[in-house]
Design a protein around this ligand. Structure first.
Ligand SMILES: [Ca+2]
Ligand SMILES: [Ca+2]
Length: 195
């Protein structure tokens, strides 16, 4: 083989993995929830996938159109399909009260599985299936899903970003404050009993 051909072959092989991962995957926030952080409209942007399966993304709503799981999938809001939606396309989800959790559901058309943002216990295999990376961009969180029951968990099957949302992962500082608050309540009660 000529030297030039070898160089071209190496260049082609080197280009393959780069092409397969040419979309952002959240690097942290496994098992975190998506929480509304601003009063403006929440704009979802499809960021890409490298999944073999066809996956639909939904925002879980109840009959009144409020965020939450009412056990009925028919009234959830369809947002993206990982193969049919164009990378970079956007969907305006509307606005919701600050502090409310938005639960996103990944429906895997090939297997019928549903996976959810938030704690591992929501999923049938007891494992977190989404990462929520806060501050991926200014005022924008990046969410990446894994579509295989039982893993491997590489979260490469659908990525999307949201404006006006944050990750719910409790910071160690927040947990310490919560503990202090509980101690405070205990002391206050104790103090009342003494009087
Ligand atoms: Ca519903
Ligand atoms: Ca995967």
């Amino acid at each position: 083989m000529k030297k030039k051909s070898v160089v071209m072959l190496i260049a082609a092989l080197g280009a393959l993995p780069v092409a397969a991962n040419a979309f952002p995957i959240a690097s942290s926030g496994e098992g975190a929830s998506v929480v509304v952080s601003g009063t403006g409209s929440i704009l979802a942007t499809y960021q890409g996938n490298s999944a073999a399966y066809s996956n639909d993304l939904y925002l879980m709503l109840d009959a009144a159109g409020d965020p939450g799981d009412d056990g009925i999938v028919g009234n959830d809001l369809f947002i993206f399909n990982n193969h049919a939606s164009a990378v970079g396309s956007t969907v305006d989800l509307g606005s919701f009260p600050v502090g409310v959790e938005l639960i996103f559901r990944l429906h895997v058309n090939d297997t019928g599985d549903d996976f959810f943002t938030g704690p591992a216990a929501r999923n049938s295999d007891g494992h977190a299936h989404a990462r929520v990376e806060a501050d991926w961009a200014p005022n924008e969180a990046l969410v990446s899903f894994e579509d295989l029951r039982g893993g491997p968990y590489d979260f490469n099957d659908l990525s999307f970003s949201f404006t006006n949302t944050r990750s719910s992962v409790p910071e160690p500082g927040a947990l310490a404050l919560l503990a202090l608050g509980l101690v405070g309540v205990g002391l206050a009660r104790h103090g009342r009993c003494k009087r």
